[in-house]
Design a protein around this ligand. Structure first.
Ligand SMILES: [Zn+2]
Length: 59
């Protein structure tokens, strides 16, 4: 159910089940619900550089 997103710049994978604790995102937050100013914790690019991992599930 939880759609993972991969950073095209550095291959960091955002896993909604884990969130981004260091970035202040609690586990369970879907990628689309991340704040617009969230950025990749590894390389610092914005959400627009992320793409869904594997088959896209429902939006
Ligand atoms: Zn990145």
């Amino acid at each position: 159910m939880a759609q993972k997103y991969c950073c095209k710049a550095c291959d960091y994978v955002y896993n909604p089940q884990k969130g981004d604790v260091e970035g202040g995102v609690a586990p369970g937050v879907a990628f689309k619900d991340l704040p617009e100013d969230w950025f990749c914790p590894k390389c610092g690019v914005g959400k627009e550089y992320f793409e869904p991992v594997g088959a896209a599930e429902e939006e």
